[in-house]
Design a protein around this ligand. Structure first.
Ligand code: SF4
Ligand code: SF4
Length: 144
Protein backbone atom coordinates (compact mmCIF):
# COMPACT_ATOMS: atom_id res chain seq x y z
CA UNK A 1 0.00 0.00 0.00
CA UNK A 2 1.47 3.39 -0.86
CA UNK A 3 0.52 6.79 0.51
CA UNK A 4 -2.28 7.08 -1.99
CA UNK A 5 -3.81 3.94 -0.79
CA UNK A 6 -3.73 4.15 2.94
CA UNK A 7 -6.72 5.28 4.89
CA UNK A 8 -7.88 7.46 7.68
CA UNK A 9 -10.90 5.27 7.97
CA UNK A 10 -12.17 6.18 11.39
CA UNK A 11 -11.58 9.82 11.99
CA UNK A 12 -14.04 10.71 14.71
CA UNK A 13 -13.91 9.20 18.15
CA UNK A 14 -16.42 10.35 20.78
CA UNK A 15 -16.43 9.15 24.42
CA UNK A 16 -14.77 5.91 23.48
CA UNK A 17 -17.32 5.20 20.80
CA UNK A 18 -15.89 4.91 17.32
CA UNK A 19 -17.88 6.66 14.64
CA UNK A 20 -17.05 6.19 11.00
CA UNK A 21 -16.52 9.29 8.94
CA UNK A 22 -19.60 10.05 6.82
CA UNK A 23 -17.87 9.76 3.50
CA UNK A 24 -16.21 6.46 4.39
CA UNK A 25 -19.50 5.08 5.66
CA UNK A 26 -20.93 5.55 2.16
CA UNK A 27 -17.99 3.67 0.68
CA UNK A 28 -19.49 0.21 1.11
CA UNK A 29 -16.46 -1.61 -0.28
CA UNK A 30 -13.97 0.31 1.92
CA UNK A 31 -11.96 0.53 -1.27
CA UNK A 32 -8.65 1.75 0.11
CA UNK A 33 -8.53 -0.95 2.83
CA UNK A 34 -9.10 -3.64 0.27
CA UNK A 35 -6.28 -3.00 -2.14
CA UNK A 36 -2.58 -2.25 -2.26
CA UNK A 37 -0.71 -0.08 -4.73
CA UNK A 38 2.83 -1.39 -5.09
CA UNK A 39 5.25 0.77 -7.08
CA UNK A 40 7.36 -1.18 -9.56
CA UNK A 41 10.32 -0.23 -11.77
CA UNK A 42 9.10 1.16 -15.09
CA UNK A 43 8.96 -1.80 -17.50
CA UNK A 44 11.08 -1.23 -20.60
CA UNK A 45 12.13 -4.47 -22.23
CA UNK A 46 10.12 -7.34 -23.64
CA UNK A 47 11.30 -9.39 -20.65
CA UNK A 48 9.89 -6.77 -18.26
CA UNK A 49 6.50 -6.83 -19.95
CA UNK A 50 6.52 -10.60 -20.20
CA UNK A 51 7.00 -10.68 -16.42
CA UNK A 52 4.08 -8.28 -15.97
CA UNK A 53 1.96 -10.60 -18.10
CA UNK A 54 2.71 -13.38 -15.65
CA UNK A 55 1.76 -11.15 -12.73
CA UNK A 56 -1.48 -9.90 -14.25
CA UNK A 57 -2.50 -13.48 -14.97
CA UNK A 58 -3.12 -13.85 -11.24
CA UNK A 59 -6.45 -13.02 -9.68
CA UNK A 60 -6.72 -9.52 -8.26
CA UNK A 61 -3.62 -8.15 -10.00
CA UNK A 62 -3.92 -5.03 -12.16
CA UNK A 63 -1.17 -2.87 -13.66
CA UNK A 64 -1.31 0.88 -14.08
CA UNK A 65 0.82 3.91 -14.85
CA UNK A 66 0.19 7.43 -13.64
CA UNK A 67 2.27 10.58 -13.11
CA UNK A 68 4.15 8.80 -10.27
CA UNK A 69 5.18 5.82 -12.38
CA UNK A 70 4.16 2.20 -12.73
CA UNK A 71 2.26 0.24 -10.08
CA UNK A 72 0.64 -3.06 -9.36
CA UNK A 73 -2.85 -2.61 -8.00
CA UNK A 74 -3.43 -5.68 -5.87
CA UNK A 75 -7.00 -6.31 -4.81
CA UNK A 76 -6.73 -7.91 -1.40
CA UNK A 77 -8.72 -7.37 1.78
CA UNK A 78 -6.99 -6.03 4.87
CA UNK A 79 -7.38 -8.59 7.64
CA UNK A 80 -8.02 -5.80 10.18
CA UNK A 81 -11.06 -4.37 8.43
CA UNK A 82 -14.14 -5.10 10.51
CA UNK A 83 -17.78 -5.00 9.60
CA UNK A 84 -19.08 -1.52 8.88
CA UNK A 85 -15.68 -0.30 7.73
CA UNK A 86 -14.09 -0.12 11.18
CA UNK A 87 -10.34 -0.60 11.49
CA UNK A 88 -9.67 -3.31 14.06
CA UNK A 89 -6.25 -1.90 14.96
CA UNK A 90 -7.08 1.80 14.66
CA UNK A 91 -4.79 2.97 17.50
CA UNK A 92 -1.97 0.85 16.17
CA UNK A 93 -2.57 1.13 12.44
CA UNK A 94 0.43 1.47 10.10
CA UNK A 95 1.79 4.86 9.16
CA UNK A 96 0.57 4.61 5.60
CA UNK A 97 -2.99 4.32 6.94
CA UNK A 98 -2.52 7.30 9.29
CA UNK A 99 -1.28 9.55 6.53
CA UNK A 100 -4.20 8.94 4.26
CA UNK A 101 -7.13 11.31 4.13
CA UNK A 102 -10.39 10.94 2.29
CA UNK A 103 -10.37 14.53 0.97
CA UNK A 104 -10.04 13.13 -2.52
CA UNK A 105 -9.80 9.38 -2.64
CA UNK A 106 -10.70 6.34 -4.65
CA UNK A 107 -14.33 6.85 -3.74
CA UNK A 108 -14.25 10.06 -5.81
CA UNK A 109 -12.23 8.71 -8.72
CA UNK A 110 -11.10 5.14 -9.25
CA UNK A 111 -7.49 4.37 -9.98
CA UNK A 112 -8.56 3.20 -13.41
CA UNK A 113 -10.13 6.59 -14.13
CA UNK A 114 -7.18 8.50 -12.69
CA UNK A 115 -4.39 6.57 -14.41
CA UNK A 116 -2.82 7.17 -17.82
CA UNK A 117 -2.76 3.47 -18.62
CA UNK A 118 -4.64 0.70 -16.81
CA UNK A 119 -4.67 -3.03 -17.48
CA UNK A 120 -6.86 -5.47 -15.62
CA UNK A 121 -6.42 -8.50 -17.86
CA UNK A 122 -3.68 -10.45 -19.63
CA UNK A 123 -5.48 -9.79 -22.92
CA UNK A 124 -5.37 -6.00 -22.50
CA UNK A 125 -1.70 -5.97 -21.56
CA UNK A 126 -0.72 -8.33 -24.34
CA UNK A 127 -2.47 -6.12 -26.88
CA UNK A 128 -0.41 -3.19 -25.58
CA UNK A 129 2.79 -5.26 -25.83
CA UNK A 130 2.09 -6.16 -29.44
CA UNK A 131 1.72 -2.50 -30.32
CA UNK A 132 4.81 -1.48 -28.36
CA UNK A 133 7.16 -4.21 -29.67
CA UNK A 134 7.19 -5.10 -33.35
CA UNK A 135 8.73 -8.51 -32.70
CA UNK A 136 6.72 -9.34 -29.62
CA UNK A 137 5.91 -12.86 -30.81
CA UNK A 138 9.60 -13.63 -31.33
CA UNK A 139 10.61 -12.83 -27.77
CA UNK A 140 11.16 -16.48 -26.85
CA UNK A 141 13.23 -17.44 -29.90
CA UNK A 142 16.60 -16.84 -28.17
CA UNK A 143 15.68 -19.57 -25.70
CA UNK A 144 14.59 -22.12 -28.34
S1 SF4 B 1 -11.76 4.91 -0.45
FE1 SF4 B 1 -12.12 6.93 0.49
S2 SF4 B 1 -14.24 6.89 1.14
FE2 SF4 B 1 -13.60 4.75 0.78
S3 SF4 B 1 -12.95 4.00 2.78
FE3 SF4 B 1 -11.14 4.79 1.71
S4 SF4 B 1 -10.94 6.93 2.38
FE4 SF4 B 1 -13.02 6.26 2.90
S1 SF4 C 1 -4.92 -1.41 9.04
FE1 SF4 C 1 -6.92 -0.46 9.33
S2 SF4 C 1 -6.86 1.48 8.19
FE2 SF4 C 1 -5.14 0.22 7.53
S3 SF4 C 1 -5.85 -0.85 5.68
FE3 SF4 C 1 -6.25 -2.20 7.44
S4 SF4 C 1 -8.32 -1.74 8.12
FE4 SF4 C 1 -7.66 -0.08 6.78
Amino acid sequence: MNAKNAIKLVDVEIAGEVIIDKKCSKCKKSICCNSINQKIPAPKSKEDFDHLLWQISHQGINVFKDADGWFLLIETNCSHLLEGGVCGIYDNRPWVCREYTNDFCEFDESIEEASEIFFSTHKQLEKYCRKRFKKWDKRFTIYD
